[in-house]
Design a protein around this ligand. Structure first.
Ligand code: AHR
Length: 528
């Protein structure tokens, strides 16, 4: 009898010690810890004349799927699901040899040109006015890039005149002749694209770029004083480059003039290492912090009157590593990346990072909208939604209001040394938490976004309300699939958003188990 009792005590002690080890992860939500207002421009996108983004993507003349203007109706419907707040156009590398006057006036009289950035023939049948018609259908804010490569500052000024001046001068009157009596009023203009990249047509060093951009800005602002200008920050993170030297110099030279600094980032998983790849949003966040510091330094010296400080526009981001050789980067089928679940989790991580840094990141544009490293993929008969569509859609539709500074405690891992993106330098990331979290508060509700990076383990988590208490049913949406390589295709939908059974919550602790390799979005009411 005594022996039996001893064994039971030992078993109980063992059980208790296991319980103590398997502590739940914790997320603390404190409504008083505010990061800043989430700008709706975080959910932007990008249309470049590249591959089948425009022709065969959003625009396909003579297709039974298109309307009378050549816009693909099925694509437009899928685009609308993304609530695209701002759309950048027309490039990208394309813009550095694009002369906007080629793309206006009667379509049959427009010149076809060699497109040198991505090796294609550019018919110019889609141009400024076609894009603006499409932007109106999308309900998106247009954002144009001017050519700072082979273009002149005069050409940039004339484009602003064509788009934004009501009447009088030549280019405003020309727009009216083209059937647009009212100005397009394009508010956002970037001063070139990736001008620090040796691959850019008309690439410049920082000093020359800053000089040209400053003078272009002067003419553009004199033409349309209320426009917002975006300077080309560094996109060259190759081992022998010094991106922050470029960023610092551009900020110092243009600190009184521009409203945003543009940053770009593409990541990938060429070595097929899931955990390394899933840590890449942290690298984006580190780059954000460094540039935030550089901006703060310049804002102390800036003379901006009552204008807001300079913000960061991550105006190109995505995963892009498969379509990266000579063959897949040229012609009409360029950059046709086919995404899987791990890519979708990386995109959710990027969006979490933007929300966590909502005080400084005020614009972000996924590159690109259709076919070209894109969430929507077409053929002549239809389309499918790529895996990365789903997290972007959930953020764009639901994550608004105030970004909260969230406390997260979960197990973590260290990565190996790896390449962040193709051609880029290497990194090691330490203490990467398995749970990657952001939260937003709006009108009595908190939206909690959680990526569980763990490949095989669900993570049971206590979500703790530090101010007030949870109240009522918590809505839960999950993006997941049968495995990390799960994909979508024509007739195949392995990765999508699934609405889960709502969870009843009362009190200050909501316990939930986040499934392995998933993105979960929760909407909970908080009673104060
Ligand atoms: O989005 C594809 C390309 O990536 C863009 O044209 C360029 O700006 C970047 O290098």
């Amino acid at each position: 009898m005594k022996m039996k009792l001893n064994i039971s005590i030992v078993l109980l002690a063992l059980l208790l010690s296991t319980v103590a080890v398997a502590q739940n992860a914790r997320i603390k939500i404190d409504l008083d810890r505010k990061v800043g207002e989430i700008d709706k421009l975080l959910y932007g996108n990008f249309v470049e004349h590249l591959g089948r983004c425009v022709y065969g993507g959003i625009y396909e003349e003579n297709s039974p799927l298109s309307d009378e203007n050549g816009f693909r109706k099925d694509v437009l419907e899928a685009v609308k699901g993304l609530n695209v707040s701002i759309t950048r156009y027309p490039g990208g590398n394309f813009v550095s040899n694009y002369h906007w006057k080629d793309g206006i006036g009667p379509k049959d009289e427009r010149p076809a040109r060699m497109e040198l950035a991505w090796a294609r023939l550019e018919s110019n049948r889609f141009g400024t006015n076609e894009f603006m018609d499409y932007a109106r259908l999308m309900g998106t804010e247009p954002y144009f890039s001017v050519n700072m490569g082979t273009g002149t500052i005069e050409e940039a000024q004339q484009w602003v005149e064509y788009c934004n001046v009501k009447e009088g001068p030549y280019y405003a009157e020309l727009r009216k002749q083209h059937g647009y009596p009212e100005p397009h009023n394009i508010k956002y203009w970037s001063l070139g694209n990736e001008m620090d990249g040796f691959w850019q047509m008309g690439h410049l060093n920082a000093e020359d770029y800053a000089k040209k951009a400053r003078e272009a800005a002067k003419l553009m602002k004199l033409t349309s004083p209320d426009i917002k200008l975006i300077a080309a920050g560094s996109s060259n993170y190759r081992p022998n480059a010094d991106p922050n030297e470029w960023n610092a110099e551009i900020l110092a030279e243009l600190r009184d003039v521009v409203d945003y600094l543009a940053l770009h980032m593409y990541v990938g998983n060429p070595e097929d290492n899931y955990y390394n790849y899933l840590s890449t949003p942290l690298v984006l966040e580190q780059r954000t912090h460094i540039v935030k510091g550089l901006i703060a330094r310049e804002m102390e010296k800036a003379n901006r009157g009552n204008r807001e400080p300079i913000y960061i526009a991550w105006d190109e981001y995505n995963s892009w590593y498969r379509a990266r050789d000579e063959e897949t980067m040229a012609g009409t089928r360029a950059l046709e990346e086919h995404y899987n679940l791990e890519d979708a989790l990386v995109i959710a991580g990027f969006l979490n990072a933007f929300v966590r840094n909502a005080d400084i990141v005020k614009m972000a544009n996924m590159a690109q909208l259709v076919n070209v490293i894109a969430p929507i993929f077409t053929n002549e008969e239809g389309l499918f939604l790529q895996t990365i569509y789903f997290p972007l859609q959930l953020f764009a539709q639901n994550v608004h209001g105030t970004s909260l500074d969230v406390f997260v405690e979960s197990e973590s891992y260290d990565t190996d040394e790896f390449f962040i993106g193709l051609g880029e330098s290497t990194t090691v990331q330490k203490d990467v938490p398995y749970l990657d979290v952001s939260a937003a508060y709006l009108d009595g509700e908190v939206i909690i976004n959680v990526v569980n990076r763990h490949k095989d383990k669900a993570i049971t988590t206590d979500i703790i309300a530090q101010t007030g208490a949870f109240d009522g049913l918590v809505e839960i949406k999950e993006v997941n699939g049968p495995g990390i390589k799960a994909r979508n295709d024509f007739g195949l939908s392995e990765v999508k958003t699934v609405t889960k059974e709502p969870v009843k919550a009362k009190g200050t602790i909501l316990t939930y188990s986040f499934p392995a390799h998933s993105f979960t979005q929760m909407r909970a009411k908080i009673k104060q």
